[in-house]
Design a protein around this ligand. Structure first.
Ligand code: ZN
Length: 333
């Protein structure tokens, strides 16, 4: 008998698509046609369905899919004192959206995500990740009418995100993810993101990870490793070769969330394509370092597309793990 397989745990980045009945209910709620309690019941039903699906196919570290929230920054801004939501802001031609704005000292009057996390974790024996938006991203995607400096704004947010993370840990979360997609677009401010992350994760014992969307991280490597997290989750399905090559001269010293399917395409990757991406990870990293997942949140896909992508990830992982156990795949020392 070979030893029990280790490493190559499967997970998701965070968001999953909301089923049609939940999208319809959110529209009704926005028009005042149903109560928040009625919406929450449907958010719970959708959470339960996603937890059950992930368990059924064998995912190792689950997510709640973020059924209860819309925009990842506005959701936190709405739950913080000292932040409001601006009037309509124009983006991309004729599209308009509402942007959060700091209007006073930022405080967290109550835990924000803990009850939702407890609900999801209560549905399964497998670990469910706590999901937070990081201080750098909340700042970068908001206006500031109070602090006057990006550093002061980010560091104030870091304190409240830290308190939320500490509450998740106290509630029992073994994995806490702090999403920082904005970092990839402003790598010149990586110093500030590093300073803020040290505050967010200070003293935590949970496995901490940060997801960042696609960026030219090879330009800030190895400084990227200064982020005070156990794992960095990156989009690597169709990119990142320059960064991976840097690992040869300066080994990646953390765990890595290794994206193996594209979230921007309707097409479902073949089993072989996903296995090739896992082999690619194994060229540069030890299996124990690697979490296999989609490139980013799957919320823009349909429910069926998201399920198909997660299934092929899980099957590819299972096959590669079996090959490793049989000594068939070269593993870097
Ligand atoms: Zn992303």
């Amino acid at each position: 008998m070979s030893a029990a397989p280790r490493g190559l745990l499967t997970t998701s980045v965070g968001s999953l698509p909301k089923p049609d009945y939940l999208l319809a209910a959110r529209t009704k709620r926005a028009r005042g046609e149903i109560t928040q309690a009625e919406l929450d019941e449907l958010s719970k039903r959708a959470t339960q369905e996603w937890i059950q699906f992930q368990e059924e196919i064998g995912i190792d570290v689950l997510v709640d899919g973020e059924m209860y929230r819309g925009d990842m920054v506005a959701y936190f801004a709405e739950n913080l004192e000292g932040m409001g939501i601006s009037g309509l802001v124009r983006s991309y031609g004729n599209r308009y959206y509402k942007k959060p704005v700091a209007t006073g000292p930022i405080r967290r009057p109550h835990p924000i995500t803990v009850e939702w996390w407890e609900f999801a974790q209560g549905l399964t024996d497998r670990p469910v990740k706590g999901m937070l938006t990081g201080p750098y991203t909340i700042c970068d995607w908001s206006f500031d009418d109070h602090y006057g400096s990006r550093r002061d704004f980010v560091m104030a947010l870091a304190q409240v995100v830290h308190r939320e993370a500490a509450d998740l840990e106290r509630a029992g979360a073994r994995y806490i993810q702090i999403d920082e997609p904005a970092v990839s677009t402003r790598l010149d401010e990586l110093d500030l993101a590093v300073e803020a992350m040290a505050v967010v994760t200070d003293g935590l014992k949970a496995h901490t990870t940060t997801h960042m969307c696609y960026g030219r991280f090879e330009e800030v490597y190895p400084q990227l490793l200064e982020l005070a997290v156990d794992e960095i989750d990156l989009e690597l399905a169709n990119s990142g070769l320059d960064l991976l090559e840097r690992f040869r001269t300066h080994p990646f010293t953390k765990d890595i969330g290794f994206g193996v399917v594209d979230v921007h395409t309707h097409r479902i990757e073949s089993l072989d394509e996903v296995k090739q991406n896992i082999y690619r990870a194994l060229d540069y990293l030890r299996p124990e370092q690697i979490y296999v997942d989609p490139d980013c949140g799957l919320k823009t896909r349909t429910v069926e597309e998201a399920k198909a992508k997660l299934r092929v990830i899980q099957q590819a992982r299972n096959e590669v793990r079996a090959e490793l156990a049989a000594g068939k795949v070269p593993v870097r020392a």
